[in-house]
Design a protein around this ligand. Structure first.
Ligand SMILES: [Zn+2]
Length: 334
């Protein structure tokens, strides 16, 4: 009923129609917290659940939305199932399941009809242990962050207790700029626990975007709306290949230029002069290429970061040129 993995059903949860998209993930986080605090999956008192939901939305700065907990509590139940493809729980009153309840109009109306929720079996099993609940939370945070909706980002910031870790990691990145550059991370991100990986990813993104004032280092595009930022923090040597989480191994790039940089369609020499795969090289490799939109950048310099010590390191650029840039052979021939 919930799909093959927690991530899959949480994704469905966030995409579910009706009400604001932040409500249902907030309600599920409230339910997980209630279980941590002593409730069981088979009996989460409704008062506790609604209070936690209100508190969480208030801490997220979504104050005007509190006391709306009846909406997600109902829509996530099998009574609300006709409008919700993924029922997470059934409503209970005492020892009896409440089925087919008409939509209540307030927290009070819901409380009169039910006094607890009982998680349905697939979900109940997924959240049995503390570690499993934490894994579900991490999956929720990941999806909310990827969603990028400002309310969703505010919810993660308010709920995720590891947010202090991000600030500590940002401090570490600043200190690292005073150390000799190492292209490979001595503690590769892939070896870390998921929570530490997320903290490192966020810290790297925050520091790189800050260094480049949230604008693409290639084309200068900058689009921002509150916490929504179009530019992304790109690794020059990818972290998947153990490239360092070091601002000198990073560039702020718009999505198009991040995508094409990761695929080696353009690169930059150690003087940060931009090179673009030429049509001749593409033809020689038998590729039907159209890189016309990139050609105007050829020979330009990447815009440097505001902090001189944060400039892309020549070892990182040399690695990209040597290892990812598709036009390297052609560039040598030119
Ligand atoms: Zn760009």
């Amino acid at each position: 009923m919930f799909g093959p993995s927690p991530t899959a059903w949480i994704e469905r949860l966030i995409r579910m129609p009706r009400s604001r998209r932040v409500y249902k993930p907030a309600m599920l986080l409230a339910a997980l917290d209630a279980i941590d605090a002593g409730a069981t999956a088979a009996h989460i008192p409704l008062d506790d659940l609604l209070d936690r939901f209100d508190d969480l939305l208030e801490r997220s700065g979504l104050r005007g939305d509190t006391s709306k907990g009846f909406q997600p509590a109902y829509h996530l139940s099998d009574s609300g199932a006709p409008s919700s493809p993924v029922p997470f729980w059934s409503l209970r009153r005492g020892a009896t399941a409440v089925h087919g309840l008409a939509k209540p109009g307030s927290n009070g109306a819901l409380r009169r009809a039910a006094d607890a929720v009982a998680l349905l079996p697939p979900l109940a099993v997924e959240v049995e242990t503390l570690d499993a609940r934490q894994a579900v939370r991490e999956a929720i945070y990941d999806l909310l962050e990827r969603d990028g909706d400002p309310d969703c980002l505010a919810l993660v910031r308010a709920h995720d207790v590891s947010y202090a870790d991000v600030q500590a990691d940002q401090q570490r990145l600043r200190e690292r700029l005073l150390q000799p550059f190492r292209l490979d991370d001595p503690a590769p991100r892939r070896c870390l626990a998921r929570r530490e990986q997320r903290s490192r990813r966020r810290a790297f993104a925050a520091e790189v975007l800050d260094a480049y004032a949230r604008a693409c280092a290639l084309c200068d595009l900058r689009i921002q709306w509150g916490d929504l930022v179009e530019a992304e923090a790109a690794h020059i040597k990818p972290h998947a290949l153990d490239g360092a989480d070091d601002v000198r191994n990073g560039l702020a790039l718009c999505r198009t230029h991040h995508w094409s940089f990761d695929r080696g369609l353009w690169s930059a020499t150690d003087a940060a002069v931009v090179q673009v795969v030429s049509p001749d090289v593409a033809a020689a490799q038998g590729a039907a290429a159209d890189l016309g939109s990139l050609q105007p950048f050829r020979g330009r310099r990447l815009r440097p970061p505001t902090l001189a010590g944060a400039r892309p390191h020549r070892d990182a650029l040399a690695w990209h040129w040597r290892s990812l840039y598709r036009g390297a052979g052609g560039a040598r021939a030119e």
